[in-house]
Design a binder for this molecule. Structure first.
Ligand code: NAP
Length: 285
């Protein structure tokens, strides 16, 4: 079964759009998402464009702020502070990565917790790990929704996550754990990786290496979620971390790249922005 992230993202955005229409009736305005892009990295430009397009599609007010990569760290922090203090702004996202002279941690910490639509603020991360109310980071949230859409039972299953980054590997592992999977986190120092992955009922791959996971590494009938976004060195086309053609023969569920975790990340950003908006409106009451 190939689970289309594109299709599920469409359904999620349709639901957000309906909820936005209701929110406008109740609160008199739609949620407002501000995305800041520093510099002219083509991949970041394309991600930011996609986020703006989705935001408009669901009926948000969408603002993209473009800054040259000569902006100082302090100027960027001041800009974020002014957006924090702007009551008409509900979500703030700073596209990563940032130029080397800007401390990403400082930037993430400066975004108001109540407007942290990416779920990267340290207090949001702490809340996730303490199983408290939080904004779930977009990509991991998308992974879990893809599994649910495919009807994969998570509870009691053996899940292996390859990758331990703060934005994908670690939070997705925690979210699987909270759904009562038994989770193993693999990484670049894991010994005999195929022996670990071939035990997995659920395999989530977030490495950043084209077609790294091959058929021999996958348990027959496993659910495989491919988060990776790479260029295939042979064709130059987009591909995932999983060798889709061979693994699809063995897995019971698999996500394609493109069209899997990518569109889901954007759809979850729309869900998170609506959530931040509704929380802020309810806090005012
Ligand atoms: P990252 O920060 O570079 O982390 C990569 C992880 O993979 C690290 O934990 C690393 O282990 C592990 N790793 C690298 N080589 C390995 C190997 N040979 N065997 C086992 N583990 C290995 O990357 P990331 O930010 O998590 O992103 C991972 C991929 O997902 C990238 O392709 C990225 O573009 C993609 N991504 C997609 C979306 C989306 O919306 N679809 C969002 C975010 C990321 P160590 O910790 O030991 O170094």
């Amino acid at each position: 079964m190939i689970v289309s992230g594109t299709q599920l993202a469409k359904e999620i955005k349709e639901k957000v759009k309906n909820d936005v229409a209701k929110a406008v009736e109740i609160y008199g305005r739609p949620p407002h998402l501000v995305v800041i892009l520093v510099g002219e990295d083509p991949a970041s430009q394309s991600y930011v464009k996609g986020k703006g397009k989705d935001a408009e599609e669901v009926g948000f007010k969408s603002t993209t702020i473009l800054k040259p990569d000569t902006i100082t760290e302090q100027e960027l922090l001041d800009l974020i502070e002014s957006l924090n203090n702007d009551d008409s702004v509900d979500g703030i996202l700073v596209q990563l990565p940032l130029p080397a002279h800007i401390d990403e941690d400082k930037v993430i910490e400066t975004i108001s917790l109540s407007k942290d639509v990416d779920g990267f603020h340290p207090l949001n991360v702490a809340a996730l790990w303490q199983k408290r109310d939080c904004i779930y980071p977009c990509t991991p949230k998308g992974v879990i929704q893809l599994l649910d859409k495919a009807g994969v039972k998570i509870e009691g299953k053996k899940a292996v996550v390859i990758g331990r980054s703060n934005i994908v590997g670690l939070p997705v592992s925690k979210m699987l754990l909270d759904r009562n999977a038994t989770v193993t986190i693999a990484h670049s120092r894991t010994q005999n990786l195929p022996s670990v992955t071939s035990e997995a009922d659920i395999l989530v791959v977030a490495i950043g290496r084209p077609k790294f996971v091959t058929e021999e590494m996958v348990k027959p009938g496993a659910a495989v979620i491919d988060v990776g976004v790479n260029r295939d060195p042979a064709t130059g086309k987009l591909c995932g971390d999983v060798d889709f053609d061979t693994v699809a023969q063995k897995a019971s569920v698999i996500t394609p790249v493109p069209g899997g975790a990518g569109p889901m990340t954007r759809a979850c950003l729309m869900q998170n922005t609506l959530e931040c908006f509704l929380r802020r409106q309810n806090d005012k009451r």
